[in-house]
Design a protein around this ligand. Sequence first.
Ligand code: NAP
Length: 246
Amino acid sequence: MKALDGRLAVVTGGTRGIGRGIVDRFVTEGAHVVVTARTAASGEEIAKAYPLAVTYVAADAARPAELEAVVQAVKALGRPVDVVVANAGGGGSTLVASSTEAEFDAVIAANVKSAFFTVQALLPYMRDGGSIVLIGSIAGSNGGVGAVVYNAAKAAVRSLARSFTAELAPRGIRANVVSPGPTQTAGFDAFIGDDKARLDGVIAAMPVGRVSQPSDVAAAVLFMASDQSRQIAGAELVIDGGMSQI
Ligand SMILES: NC(=O)c1ccc[n+]([C@@H]2O[C@H](COP(=O)([O-])OP(=O)(O)OC[C@H]3O[C@@H](n4cnc5c(N)ncnc54)[C@H](OP(=O)(O)O)[C@@H]3O)[C@@H](O)[C@H]2O)c1
């Protein structure tokens, strides 16, 4: 018996990076996964890779009107959603001294608005007892320079898990946050570039001595999504190789 046999999951931002790692793991564990992203080409690639196990929907999670397409895809599958993973997010650099209103709004929308309205749109189609997993960041618990709005946005995502859990308790729906530290994605590779000293600096700050892979984060998301975590609600699981603990 696989952990997600017969389960229906929705993963936003599931075509690349951490989201793709989550989709790969969920499919391996028996789930059917509705995957969203904004770029049609990458959606076609994942739908081709998993013709039976993935339904791709082009939708910007930060635009609530576009989430209607996700709802329609779920309704067409004809069964309740067991797991919602609000993974879409990210953010460019921001400084308190210079960030514009537009930059502020974009980062809040990408992370907070997207998670909130993804959950709101899918709630009527979730089964009682289902699981919501929000992707936060260790940035939500520190004051990393150059990311003031992203840091605040991920702190808000952490808060959403508490409020969702409290409000949805009558339906037995749990919400938890999985918060990665540095994880090897295209964005991370672009940040490192050819700068070996920068990479060495990141690794030196991680007690386990390696940068996380998307599959490391996916293992934690699987745990929070599955019945193995049935007694965990409103909590945060940090996947950062110990970086934020020293
Ligand atoms: N990588 C890290 O080191 C790290 C660390 C801590 C937390 N995180 C968090 O982990 C999550 C995933 O990050 P990542 O590094 O894996 O990102 P990524 O490699 O840039 O991949 C992002 C994925 O989300 C999709 N996406 C982005 N914005 C979207 C939106 N508004 N609506 C729908 N899909 C969207 C992208 O596809 P399209 O571009 O086609 O839409 C892509 O599939 C984010 O919430 C991020 O804040 C990442």
